[in-house]
Design a protein around this ligand. Structure first.
Ligand code: AMP
Ligand code: GLY
Length: 419
């Protein structure tokens, strides 16, 4: 008991939630977060090492005898941090570089799904700009254009007509808005229906689902305004019952874990399926190879189980379904964002009222820093205010009651999360 030194990589609300949950594990002795934020510092020690500085991270982890490393964001996973740590004999929770291609290359993910018979939108992949334009013309508009590589959630354009489709192709392929991530483009059939995020722990052979969640990606109330990293989320959505979770496990998650194992690139970590519930059944919009942000801020408060034990079991290939117990009730998270987000925004705005938040709120820091004895904004998404309740209404009311105490200049948040 109490024997593990844990290193968490990343600095957002997701990483604060991971630190908060891991701190509750009786097996965890100390936590380090690289680089962390003002909230993670409550649960451990922040390290001045960037999340993508793999050489320094592995050196530090070896020198400090880290027993478990947990990777938050996708970029270090796509860069191969798991392979590097494993080669150094250090246990690390997350997929290898080869397995992380499920997120890092949409072309790979679509090809894989097609081969494995996993339901997803029909698609074509292009390296050539002229060919992509010709294909878009042949589809007459209603398509979705995606940069194949990582683009921080911004490389997807849902098009209403041919003009929009050609604009999207020009931005991604000619203007190179996402750099090399746009060297290859996916053009997809446009689907419709409500969305759900289903995340599952995977040990390479076995997958166990977490509670399903629904996020709110648009900046303003009523799903208006530009796309963001996520302005709020709730769990569970009332239209996703046990039978539907079973169906997604059977048609999506389990075949993915099996297919990756068969390829010799077993999937270890959290597999996040972004699903659209279409009239023809659930279909995959995307895979992420990590915990979602802000999904993690509702999923972990509803997880009844020892997160450190679950993660070590994933690494060891000994994951058991009964390790992952989901609490009854619901949870909601509302994101407080900096003025201007998701466009450009100022940093360093003093935040007040954090201590006045009621005890039934779980306050996760996202873009915050400690400066001169106070806490200031340090990112676009500043805070993720979470609460659990017997039902969704209660959870939502508690999260908003928490927000009412917090202030920083120009703060904006949606008032309709989970409503
Ligand atoms: P992705 O990053 O691939 O999940 O795409 C971001 C968002 O774009 C999704 O959450 C959906 O709202 C939308 N989207 C992606 N693919 C499609 C599709 N084939 N049809 C309709 N909407 C889509
Ligand atoms: N909330 C969406 C994501 O984490 O990608």
């Amino acid at each position: 008991m109490n024997e593990l030194s844990v290193l968490i990589i990343g600095s957002g609300g997701r990483e604060h939630a991971l630190a908060w949950k891991l701190a509750q594990s009786p097996r965890v002795r100390q936590i380090f977060i690289a680089p962390g934020n003002a909230g993670t510092a409550v649960h451990g020690t922040n390290l001045p090492i960037g999340a993508e500085d793999i050489d320094r991270l592995v050196l530090w982890a070896r020198g400090n005898k880290i027993d478990l490393t947990v990777v938050g964001p996708e970029v270090p996973l796509a860069l191969g941090i798991v392979d590097t740590f494993r080669a150094a004999g250090l246990p690390i929770f997350g997929p290898s570089q080869a397995a992380a291609q499920l997120e890092a290359s949409k072309a790979f993910a679509k090809q894989f799904m097609q081969e494995a018979g996993i339901p997803t939108a029909t698609f074509a992949a292009f390296h050539d700009y002229t060919e992509a334009q010709a294909y878009a013309r042949s589809c007459n508009g209603e398509i979705v254009v995606k940069a194949s590589g990582l683009a921080a959630g911004k490389g997807v354009v849902v098009c209403d007509n041919l003009g929009e489709a050609l604009d999207a192709l020009r931005q991604i392929m000619a203007d190179r808005a996402f750099g090399a991530s746009g060297d290859e483009v996916i053009i997809e059939e446009r689907l419709s229906g409500p969305e759900v995020s289903l995340l599952a722990f995977c040990d390479g052979k076995t997958a166990v689902p977490l509670i399903p969640a629904r996020d709110h990606k648009r900046a303003y109330d009523g799903d208006q305004g530009p796309n963001t990293g996520g302005m709020g989320v709730y769990a569970p959505p009332s239209d996703v019952d046990v039978a539907l979770i079973d169906e997604i496990m059977r048609t999506v998650i389990n075949p993915t874990v099996q297919g990756m194992a068969q390829r010799g690139t077993p999937y270890v970590g959290v597999l996040y399926a972004g699903i659209m519930l279409t009239a023809n059944g659930p279909k995959v919009l995307e895979f992420n190879c990590r915990f979602g942000d802000p999904e993690t801020q509702v999923i972990l408060p509803l997880l009844d189980g020892d997160l450190a034990e679950i993660m070590l079991a994933c690494i060891d290939g000994t994951l058991q379904p009964d390790m992952v117990r989901v609490q009854s009730g619901a949870a909601a998270t509302v994101v407080m964002a900096a003025p201007g987000y998701p466009g450009s925004y100022p940093k360093g705005l003093p935040i007040s009222g954090l201590d006045a938040v009621p005890s039934d709120v779980v306050l996760f820091h996202a873009g915050t820093a400690a400066a001169g004895g106070q806490i200031v904004t340090n990112g676009g998404r500043v805070l993720a205010v979470s609460a659990v309740g017997a039902d969704l209404e209660t959870a939502v009311a508690r999260a908003y009651a928490g927000i009412a105490h917090i202030h920083f200049d120009g703060a904006h948040y949606r008032t309709d999360i989970g409503r």
